[in-house]
Design a protein around this ligand. Structure first.
Ligand code: NAI
Length: 368
């Protein structure tokens, strides 16, 4: 266990990022995994020194070492910089965003039987950032083009965001979802879309998904329209196994799913491409609690468990997950996002106290 030494690029990020990544390093060490961390920078703090929130050095380091884990970064509003996360996904072609949503008993979630994985397309859709500002010559040209062809009547004072979905990227993400299901003992894939309205984007996604599904007869398959899917998720999320969605629906559905099992403090994630992988929690930099030693590092820590699985260190990854379940089941040492709203509940502990409790829990698993 943990005999092989792995090198992983570590981006602490902004806000609560440094707190939760420090916690994550402590827990990875406690799991027995042998990881050498290569520090790299990204985020708001880089702009002054590098002129960009995503320095080229950081991308080069990830290309060199192949695997990275990052804390959340703040997207500066109104500075004209593209989101670091979107830029990183493009620079490294991280086309799949994998977000397991699994109930942790004791975490105060609304359901104790959720065990699903969201597979979100990561490069296209309204998220691709192809936009035309209201009143710009490009927007007006595009509006004329559309109106002349009687494709509709777009108001002259419209801003426009483009939604491209390609056959190739749709096939890649649906293939990824089926391969993931096969390799991880899962039985069913659900594709989510709005093909009845967006026939040439979501309709294409659904058509490609049906083709791919036909090649994977061992895995069950169905499709849901995104609005019905949201209702189904709230009523009975236990019915879902692997769920594959275009970028924007995947973004929204993962926060919805996180909310069903106890909140953003618990939801891990991974961005995976053919050559590189970058692990990160679903949550953002939480500026409202940054630097206060209040953050819940569980999501970052479970992201590290996914990273260890990716590196082949399944025993260490399982040990981290077992430790997390044990700490929540005991309920003695939990952060404010979890116990804050519980009537007559225990007082919240700090990020560091939670981390130490988890690390000792994991270390005590050794003696079992
Ligand atoms: P957020 O996820 O940072 O915070 C939403 C709410 O959840 C806040 O009340 C926060 O305190 C709470 N929360 C989040 N994570 C928590 C944790 N680990 N423990 C305890 N409470 C937690 O979302 P928000 O406020 O919309 O975004 C803040 C910044 O983060 C923005 O600049 C946004 O662009 C960025 N962001 C970055 C992401 C990334 O780097 N992967 C992902 C999402 C947002």
């Amino acid at each position: 266990m943990g005999m092989h030494k792995h090198t992983v690029v570590l981006i602490p990020g902004d806000g609560i990022g440094p707190e939760v990544t420090t916690a994550m390093q402590r827990v990875v060490a406690a799991s027995g995994a042998s990881v050498e961390w290569v520090p790299a920078e990204a985020g708001a703090g880089c702009i002054e020194r590098f002129g960009t929130p995503l320095p080229r050095e950081t991308i080069e380091l990830i290309k060199e070492h192949k695997t990275a884990i990052k804390g959340p970064v703040t997207t500066p509003v109104g500075t004209g910089f593209r989101s670091v996360n979107v830029a990183l996904r493009h620079a490294l072609d991280l086309y799949a965003n994998l977000r397991p949503v699994i109930s942790i008993p004791g975490a105060g979630g609304r359901y104790d039987d959720v065990n699903l994985v969201i597979v979100r397309e990561n490069t296209e859709d309204l998220y691709a950032g192809i936009e035309f500002e209201e009143g710009s010559s490009e927007a007006l040209e595009l509006i004329d083009f559309i109106n002349e062809r009687e494709k509709g009547s777009v108001a002259k004072d419209s801003g426009i965001s483009i939604k491209p979905l390609s056959v190739s990227a749709s096939r890649d993400i649906v293939e990824f979802a089926f391969d993931y299901a096969e390799q991880n003992g899962r039985e069913h894939v659900t594709v989510v879309h709005k093909a009845n309205i967006m026939k040439h984007s979501d309709g294409l996604f659904l058509r490609v998904a049906r083709e791919v599904a036909a090649d994977h007869g061992d895995i069950g398959f169905d499709d849901r329209i995104v609005d019905a899917f949201c209702m189904n998720m709230v009523v009975d999320p236990s019915q879902f196994d692997v769920v594959v969605l275009p970028n924007l629906y995947g973004d929204i559905a993962s926060d919805l799913a996180a909310g069903l099992v106890g909140g953003l403090g618990l939801a891990p994630g991974a961005n995976i491409g053919k050559a590189y992988a970058v692990f990160e929690a679903v949550h953002g930099s939480a500026p409202d609690i940054a630097g206060m030693n209040k953050a819940n590092p569980t999501a970052q820590i479970l992201s590290a468990a996914m990273m260890l699985d990716h590196l082949g260190e399944h025993v260490c990854a399982d040990r981290i997950r077992a430790g997390v379940r044990a700490v929540y089941a005991k309920g003695e040492c939990l952060t404010g996002d979890i116990v804050g709203s519980r009537e007559g509940g225990k007082a919240p502990v700090t990020c560091i106290e939670f981390t130490e409790a988890l690390a000792s829990e994991i270390e005590s698993l050794d003696t079992v």
